[in-house]
Design a protein around this ligand. Structure first.
Ligand code: SAM
Length: 769
């Protein structure tokens, strides 16, 4: 029988591209079968689909399948070109679920070995084969019928085209939905919301950033190499992930027989050029009269509340678990109209329990999947604990230079953000690696990247949450309001750079010495020198004692010890947002954040991790702030008492914001504050101690508020610092005093000739801590 000339043309064209007829033939045959013998679909875009399939075949396996000797005569039929079919990116497979009939075997989008499919228009409603071994034509052809799936000619927006070409999740409908021919999608939401309702209650939910308009290079899709692949479910024929509802949620029975009915499908496709798409197709809960379709917003909110806030520090966090939670949230939302209030109830209850639990109880509470045992792959340190976010931070979190929308709360405010204590896991090395990107330990939170290196051993930096600005833990009163900042407190009439004005602006009026910065953004030498002297020289130290020291009160209210004294300090006042000056005004330095090239490194002299500069720093240069949770002294004490080992581990100490405690007017309890960098902090947590002649000094900086009780603590260089030098500051610890140290005493290895750990006479400031 003569061979169809169009088929011959295919062979000829492919031959010119280096593909032999033997290689092309079986793939062409499969594609023709898939496209109902419509060879025009193969011919489109210069045989793009065939080329893609050939490339995929080459990539996926070196074993060429035997050539099918059948003639193409019956396979290739001439026909009118149908509307442009949809293409599907290769869905990347994350996970296989054993013992379940995966949608891939029953309702997956059929594909060839090539993963880029064009889905021809098809009007028939014949159920497709559900055998995984059969490469049957798409079961979703009906779902992509003319009515529900506009042709390319009908599409005006190129974005729409691109979106449709990339993982058309509607095409992965189970068989039941295929009879929906001609029906319009049930979407009640506009396309801008990027969500689609499918026939018969199915819904495709798209997450993640908007897709780029450019059609990705499909042959270059990333395939995760470490995911399990079974022979029955070839990689390139499966959705990326198939996640069934969590059997532990008690809803399994409601979902029906999972072996006969596919559960929710999750598909993710990505390409090296950055296009990522997640598609979740949820199966309606058959037999549930109370089923209703949650909106995407409801679902996302519920997932966030359920998973993200509760698992912020969970070393066992896994994306799959998150996806499972998402499915579970879907089930809960879909079957319970009062889900919102119930969900909140659970949160507050958990919050209460966590806050009041001891370490072992908390350990049970944070076990994943309701499993109360610590996971076997992590070693659990029962002593140290990590505060864990269990409630919204949205209202009372105070970022560095944060907004003036009424942050902070008086104690007892039920809406305060709250952290509760849960055990800290000693995470495995790999997990730590994933927690701290070696290129940037700040995870993008700072303007500059700060890498970490360890050329000494295999240790990774300790686990902590990187935050670029201080956060209120719970009761600290830190409130910035515009009304608080009066004309006396900010330079509303200034323009441009305050430093270029002949007289100091009103912002620095209360500092008495004018601007602290030079036009180069460094500290003025005399100002710096005075700060250094007031800190280091016992003769020049100015120390005041509180009448009623909150530190002593928190330790023992019954038997108050006299205040040990607090160092009086000079402070810097920066211009801020209510000021009229430019954001680049020279009186705004600390609020611009870290600008220097720094590196976290493992020290060679036994101090653990440290911080070094990678560039030469001039004297008086701002390096970074000391960032942590803002705790009241009471909270600090409670945290210490809850587990006395917390603050006495290798963790950084909590630093008192005590420069104004000795004011005539007594502060309220929630205004005696400190910064605890144990769990939430920035790169300053790595700065090691050096007795007396450290190259950094901490200076109070007031930015947002005229209040005295809250300020920033900023580190400036005390001298010129060479590139690669370790950065150090004097913690002010008294090595002779065994009690009341803010952290575990360590054998000082600072190497300074003024080291106080060498039984020399005290030369510095064993003040209140
Ligand atoms: C703020 S942390 C500094 C970072 C810490 N080296 C690390 O590995 O995470 C404070 C802890 O570092 C260690 N450290 C800091 N300065 C030290 C010094 N001069 N000598 C010995 N250990 C020091 C102590 O264990 C201390 O408790």
């Amino acid at each position: 029988m003569p061979v169809n000339p169009r088929v011959l043309k295919v062979f000829q064209t492919m031959g010119e591209m280096g593909f032999t007829e033997d290689v092309v033939k079986p793939i062409l045959k499969r594609l023709l079968k898939l496209y109902n013998k419509k060879i025009s679909l193969i011919e489109e875009d210069n045989y793009r689909v065939l080329l893609d399939a050939l490339l995929e075949e080459q990539e996926a396996s070196g074993n060429k399948k035997p050539v099918d000797e059948e003639s193409f005569e019956e396979d290739a039929q001439d026909e009118e070109p149908p509307p442009r079919p949809l293409k599907r990116l290769r869905p990347l497979r994350l996970r296989d679920q054993e013992g379940m009939v995966s949608p891939s075997s029953g309702n997956h989008c059929p594909q060839t070995n090539g993963t880029l499919l064009k889905q021809p228009k098809r009007e028939d409603t014949d159920p497709p084969s559900t055998s995984s071994t059969q490469r049957s034509p798409s079961p979703q052809h009906a779902a992509t019928s003319t009515a529900s799936q506009p042709s390319s000619a009908q599409r005006s927006s190129s974005q729409q085209q691109v979106t449709d070409r990339i993982v058309p999740s509607e095409q992965c409908l189970p068989q039941k939905q295929l009879v929906n021919k001609g029906k319009k999608p049930m979407s009640s939401q506009g396309p801008a919301r990027d969500k689609r309702h499918l026939a018969s209650g199915e819904k495709s939910i798209r997450l993640g950033s908007p897709l780029k308009r450019k059609l990705p290079d499909i042959s270059a899709l990333i395939v995760p190499k470490d995911e399990p692949v079974t022979e029955e479910m070839p990689l390139n024929e499966l959705p990326l992930a198939v996640i069934g509802p969590d059997s532990s949620n008690g809803n399994t029975a409601d979902l029906g027989d999972q072996t006969s009915m596919p559960s929710s499908n999750l598909e993710i496709a990505s390409s090296p050029s950055g296009e990522v798409k997640i598609s979740l197709s949820c199966q309606p809960l058959f037999g549930r009269p109370d089923f209703h379709m949650p909106t995407l917003d409801e679902l996302l909110k519920s997932v966030e509340e359920k998973s993200l806030r509760h698992k912020l520090l969970d070393p066992n966090f896994s994306l799959i678990q998150l996806m499972k939670d998402m499915c579970q949230c879907f089930v809960e939302l879909a079957t319970d109209s009062s889900h919102e209030s119930q969900e909140r109830g659970v949160i507050s209850e958990t919050h209460y329990e966590l806050k009041n639990s001891d370490a072992s109880t908390a350990l049970c509470l944070v076990g994943t999947d309701g499993n109360n045992e610590a996971p076997s792959d992590v070693s659990v340190d029962p002593e140290p604990q990590v505060p864990k976010l269990v409630h919204s931070l949205s209202k009372h979190v105070i970022p560095n230079g944060g907004d003036v929308n009424g942050f902070g709360s008086r104690s007892g405010d039920p809406e305060s953000c709250s952290l509760a204590v849960v055990p800290r896991y000693q995470t495995g090395r790999d997990e730590l690696r994933s927690l701290h990107d070696s290129n940037d330990i700040t995870k993008g939170e700072e303007v500059v990247e700060i890498p970490w290196v360890n050329e000494v051993n295999n240790e990774c930096p300790p686990s902590f949450h990187y935050i670029p600005g201080n956060l209120v833990f719970q009761n600290a009163y830190v409130k910035f309001t515009l009304s608080q900042i009066t004309e006396d407190h900010c330079c509303t009439s200034c323009i441009g750079n305050c430093l270029s004005s002949s007289s100091p602006c009103v912002c620095v009026a209360e500092t008495l010495y004018g601007f602290a910065y030079t036009p180069d953004g460094l500290l003025k030498d005399d100002f710096l020198q005075e700060c250094i002297s007031m800190t280091r020289d016992p003769q020049l130290q100015s120390i005041s004692s509180c009448m009623d020291c909150p530190l002593e009160r928190s330790r023992n209210e019954e038997m108050l010890e006299p205040c040990k004294g607090h160092l009086n300090r000079k402070f810097i006042k920066e211009c801020w947002r209510k000021c009229g000056c430019h954001k680049q005004c020279g009186n705004r330095v600390v609020q611009r954040g870290i600008r220097r090239k720094l590196q976290v490194f493992f020290t060679t002299d036994g101090k653990g991790w440290g911080l070094k500069t990678l560039e030469k720093l001039p004297k008086g240069a701002f390096v970074c702030e000391y960032i942590g949770e803002i705790l009241t002294i009471k909270e600090r004490h409670e945290r210490t008492m809850q587990n006395s080992s917390i603050t006495k581990t290798e963790n950084p100490p909590s630093v008192l914001l005590d420069a104004y405690w000795n004011l005539k007017e007594a502060l309220k309890d929630e205004e005696y504050l400190c910064l605890d960098a144990s769990f939430y902090s920035n790169v300053a947590r790595f700065i090691n101690h050096r007795c007396l002649d450290a190259n950094l000094i901490e200076i109070p900086v007031k930015i947002e508020t005229p209040d005295h009780h809250y300020y920033h603590l900023a580190f400036f260089t005390t001298r010129e610092v060479d590139a690669l030098e370790e950065l150090t500051w004097d913690y002010g610890i008294d090595f002779d005093d065994d009690n009341d140290q803010p952290f575990k005493k360590f054998q000082c290895k600072c190497g300074s000739k003024f080291c106080r750990n060498m039984k020399r006479p005290s030369r510095s400031r064993p003040l209140a801590r």
